[in-house]
Design a protein around this ligand. Structure first.
Ligand code: KIV
Length: 279
């Protein structure tokens, strides 16, 4: 079973941490069985599961519902649940109560929230409640409106300095790891070297202590624009489309279901039924 200590030990030994998102029992089971270190029940579920344009409409109820399904499936992976937009921004009290719900009702082992210096009081209060917190810096999707779109962060000297300073502050506040999203690889490398806690990158290069991807992206299930940082490790979309098309065609032609998919009944029972029908 992977824990906070496993991830820390991986940073120390240089064994790269692997994390993937999951939102349901069946997928989480496959991902867990493949040996991933951590599963993130990301609020990206707003887009890839619920069809929203961004993560902002995702609710605590959505997160608990999907986290509970994933937690039941994960036997080895460390399960991290995202705190959705407005579940921690309003007050420290809200943040602790909502983090607690993701642990108690969702069965997660840790929560993740976005932000740097601004959320340090939330991080330390949640950690004081014995809940591990993964921080999230860089292109934090809940700030899409403040950023004016999904834009790479940390390119200017000022912005890069702020990210370095934020990463130190969230570590001091007690975060057990940090996701670095959409920042230049060389900046992520500097942050990774400075921190004692592991960095998990998405669009932040291979100098991080680990990587995370949205599973629909890396398996080729998503359509439309794919961000530059996504590598398609498989084309599961084509496999699914082929299977579904074959199902439609064979159901229409009667080739499916074949005899091996069909339950039998004794001939005498059928003969008696037919006699009764003919009366
Ligand atoms: O919600 C999510 O899936 C995430 C990852 C992109 C890191 O936060």
């Amino acid at each position: 079973m992977n824990t906070v200590s496993t991830l820390l030990e991986q940073k120390r030994s240089g064994d790269k941490i692997t994390m993937l998102t999951a939102y349901d029992y069946t997928t989480a089971k496959i991902i867990d069985q493949c040996g991933v270190n951590a599963i993130l029940v990301g609020d990206s579920l707003g887009m890839v599961i619920l069809g929203y344009e961004n993560t902002l409409p995702v609710t605590m109820e959505d997160m608990i519902h999907h986290t509970a399904a994933v937690s039941k499936a994960a036997e080895n992976a460390f399960v991290v649940a995202d705190m959705p937009f407005m579940s921690y921004q309003i007050s420290v009290q809200d943040a602790v109560a909502n983090a607690g719900r993701l642990i108690k009702e969702g069965g997660a082992q840790a929560v993740k929230l976005e932000g740097g210096a601004d959320v340090c009081d939330r991080i330390s209060a949640i950690v004081k409640a014995s809940i591990p917190v993964v921080a999230h810096l860089g292109l934090t999707p809940q700030s899409v409106n403040a950023f004016g779109g999904f834009k790479v962060q940390g390119k200017s000297l000022e912005n890069a300095r702020k990210l370095i300073s934020d990463s130190m502050k969230i570590q001091e506040a007690g975060a057990c790891a940090v996701v670095l999203e959409g920042i230049p690889a060389k900046l992520a490398e500097i942050i990774t070297k400075k921190l004692d806690i592991p960095t998990i990158g998405i669009g932040a290069g291979n100098g991080c202590d680990g990587q995370v991807l949205v599973y629909q992206d890396m398996l080729g299930l998503t359509t439309g624009h794919t961000p530059k940082f996504v590598k398609r490790f498989a084309d599961a979309g084509t496999v699914m489309r082929q299977g579904i098309t074959d199902y439609i065609n064979e159901s229409k032609s009667g080739e499916f279901p074949a005899e091996e998919h069909t339950y039998k009944i004794d001939d005498e029972v059928i003969a008696a039924l037919i006699r009764e029908e003919e009366k």
